[in-house]
Design a protein around this ligand. Structure first.
Ligand SMILES: CC(C)(COP(=O)(O)OP(=O)(O)OC[C@H]1O[C@@H](n2cnc3c(N)ncnc32)[C@H](O)[C@@H]1OP(=O)(O)O)[C@@H](O)C(=O)NCCC(=O)NCCS
Length: 177
């Protein structure tokens, strides 16, 4: 199992089929999906399909979201990572998006920031990406905070399905993290 990054409290590794129960716990909770815009999952098969989808991205794009594991317990607490977005969003296409999603019982402990920072470092230091983008819906205060703490620059908003979404960008040479 490939480990891509490690932080003081977390291991970031490839998503594997055995993560399906953890992924289902994540994506069947409406509170987790409040600012995502997808309906809660109702069948663990949906989680298995998502994991296969992400693993195909590893093969095809060399990158995709990673499982985040708590070192002290070995638990799957969620995912974070970079995704190659091929379609056009807010006038951009073929770009790398930073994202994260954690099980509700693990919120508010700094894991979101810790994991996201490790992913950002990997993108800039290992993949040598010139720029990484992130989108955050209005009202998702914790996510806005993570992105701002990482030093992303707010670059306006765009509308998707009538909803206002903030567009953030961070260039490798702009700041250190
Ligand atoms: C967004 C999310 C990843 C945040 O993860 P987290 O581990 O709780 O975040 P952290 O503990 O690292 O906190 C990050 C910052 O947000 C703040 N914060 C956390 N929860 C907050 C809340 N409910 N309201 C306001 N601020 C909050 C923290 O205080 C911290 O800021 P600080 O360092 O200035 O104190 C988590 O809430 C989540 O998985 N949400 C559902 C999925 C989602 O919305 N993903 C993002 C889509 S853009």
């Amino acid at each position: 199992m490939t480990i891509f990054a490690e932080t003081p409290r977390l291991i970031l590794r490839e998503l594997v089929p055995e993560d399906a129960p953890g992924m289902f716990a994540l994506d069947s909770n409406p509170a987790v999906l409040r600012y995502i815009g997808v309906p809660p999952q109702t069948d663990i098969e949906q989680s298995r399909t998502i994991i296969e989808f992400v693993r195909a991205q590893y093969r095809d794009n060399g990158i995709g979201r990673w499982a985040v594991i708590l070192k002290e317990s070995g638990e799957f607490i969620g995912w974070s990572g970079l995704k190659l977005i091929r379609e056009t969003v807010n006038g951009h296409s073929n770009y790398y998006d930073l994202g994260y999603r954690f099980r509700e019982e693990f919120w508010g402990k700094g894991y979101g920031f810790e994991a996201a920072r490790a992913c950002l470092r990997y993108g800039f230091d290992t993949l040598q990406l010139p720029v990484i983008y992130a989108i955050v819906k209005q009202g998702n205060t914790a996510s806005h905070r993570i992105i701002q703490k990482l030093g992303f620059r707010f670059d306006g908003t765009y509308k998707e399905n009538g909803e206002e979404i903030a567009w953030y960008e961070k260039w490798r040479e702009e700041t250190s993290i």
